[in-house]
Design a protein around this ligand. Structure first.
Ligand SMILES: Cc1cc2nc3c(=O)[nH]c(=O)nc-3n(C[C@H](O)[C@H](O)[C@H](O)COP(=O)(O)OP(=O)(O)OC[C@H]3O[C@@H](n4cnc5c(N)ncnc54)[C@H](O)[C@@H]3O)c2cc1C
Length: 390
């Protein structure tokens, strides 16, 4: 969150909706010291813009919502003996879900979500496309039982920004102090304001590629790829066909986005107070992926935002737009080339130079906020016990 969070404003998050899944009792207790947490049941779907069809997520467990012939063919393909060959995400999707569901949803969706990388990268994040055994429990029921990693989630009742601000008050955080160089022989970090920070051991949550670059350390293997995400936040008059879901996955869009989340369908706190009653307004976020290192110009991003808003108006999700805000997340999703050893090499090389990597991007692996908190608390405790007493 940036800017004032007042009752008069729409509330957006810089990285799009961040819903906290996998929070255990211990972490919940720690977080609740700072903010009460509200609990939600996921309400997500796949949306097909060309027909207007909405299928509950995950699509493979809700075949009944598809036209009968497609559902039957898809079920037959998923039950057929499958090959275990093929080390890419594309091959894994084909093997897991078969050609019908891939053509309909998985292939075009992953084309957008991975910015085309899915034909080259190793399968990962299987929890996002759960293959449930017995595979079709729920596939032909009206209400399939919820599956997947985020079937229930928590969100701070007064916003994630408020939670983070309160936690930060207990810490020593230096904002606007970008690390620009890391001298591993002198053991110092330089920040852009000219400050020099000596260290004995360093914990870095910067992405693995960035930490290696700052430290001028080279691995034998080439870096694994990543994708960036442009998050377009919109506050608008709600259109007549605006979904009721918390978020929807979109396999095809003119402007290239792959997911739309509706903050205000989770809680009306994301709307200005004066327009919270009734359902005339909506606060939403739209995500589009780009290949890592291929950030478009600001003009191109503005053209994309105009196009995306027009598309949402054509779909009658929104009418007039009150406000927009865009954020660029340079390293949003990290991927692996099959067989690559870059991550192990990079982490080991940094450790050898007294730098410990912690967090989702630092260790180049999928994990949500809850896992990052747990990891941070654990590593912090370990470091404290190893600090020599004065
Ligand atoms: C589009 C998207 C949606 C997501 N949705 C969810 C969700 O719904 N639920 C969920 O649990 N997780 C979600 N995540 C994942 C979540 O954002 C991450 O798990 C979490 O933010 C990782 O925390 P971290 O502390 O490891 O890294 P980060 O949050 O990336 O923290 C690293 C920090 O380092 C700072 N930094 C970078 N470079 C420098 C530098 N040179 N000098 C100083 N500081 C620097 C950055 O500004 C940043 O604040 C989502 C991620 C994306 C991209």
């Amino acid at each position: 969150m940036s800017g004032p969070d007042t009752p008069d404003s729409y509330r957006f998050e810089m990285g799009g909706g961040h819903w906290m899944f996998g929070v255990d009792q211990a972490l919940r207790g720690m977080l609740e010291k700072y903010s009460s947490l509200c609990e939600y049941s996921r309400n997500a779907a796949v949306f097909f813009p060309e027909t207007g069809l909405t299928v509950p997520y995950p699509i493979q467990n809700h075949l009944l919502a598809l036209p009968k012939t497609i559902a039957r063919r898809a079920a037959g393909e998923m039950l057929a003996p499958r090959s275990t060959e093929g080390g890419t995400l594309d091959a894994w999707l084909q093997n897991s879900f078969g050609p019908t569901l891939c053509e309909l949803f998985f292939t075009p969706f992953h084309e957008l979500y991975t910015a085309g990388l899915f034909r080259h990268i190793a399968p990962q994040d299987a929890q996002k496309s759960p293959v449930d055994l017995p595979r079709f429990r729920g596939a032909f029921e009206r209400r399939g039982s919820p599956v997947g990693y985020n079937a229930r989630y928590l969100y701070p009742c007064h916003g994630l920004g408020t939670l983070m601000k309160r936690i930060a008050e207990d810490c020593d955080v230096r904002y606007n102090s970008r690390a620009t160089a890391l001298d591993v022989s002198e053991r110092i970090v330089r920040t852009e304001d000219g400050t020099v920070w000596p260290y004995e051991s360093l914990l870095s949550t910067l992405s693995l590629d960035r930490t290696l670059a700052l430290a001028h350390l080279d691995t034998d293997s080439a870096p694994d790829p990543y994708t960036s995400v442009c998050v377009l936040n919109i506050g608008a008059c709600r259109g007549s066909r605006c979904p009721a879901q918390h978020w929807i996955y979109v396999p095809r869009s003119r402007s290239g986005f792959y997911r739309i989340g509706f903050y205000s369908n989770v809680t009306s706190e994301f709307l200005p107070k004066r327009i919270r009653r009734g359902s005339k307004y909506v606060s939403l976020y739209v995500e589009r992926a780009y290949r890592g290192g291929a950030r478009p110009s600001d003009d191109d991003l503005r053209s994309y935002a105009d196009m995306a808003m027009r598309e949402l108006q054509d779909w009658q999700f929104i009418r007039s737009v009150d406000v927009i805000d865009m954020t660029w997340i340079e390293t949003a999703y990290t991927w692996h080339i099959p067989g690559s050893r870059w991550v192990e090499e990079g982490i080991a090389l940094l450790a050898h130079n007294g730098i410990r990597q912690a967090g989702r991007y630092a260790r180049w692996k999928f994990q949500g906020i809850a896992d990052c908190f747990r990891e941070g608390l654990q590593v912090g405790a370990e470091l404290r016990t190893n600090v020599p007493h004065e």
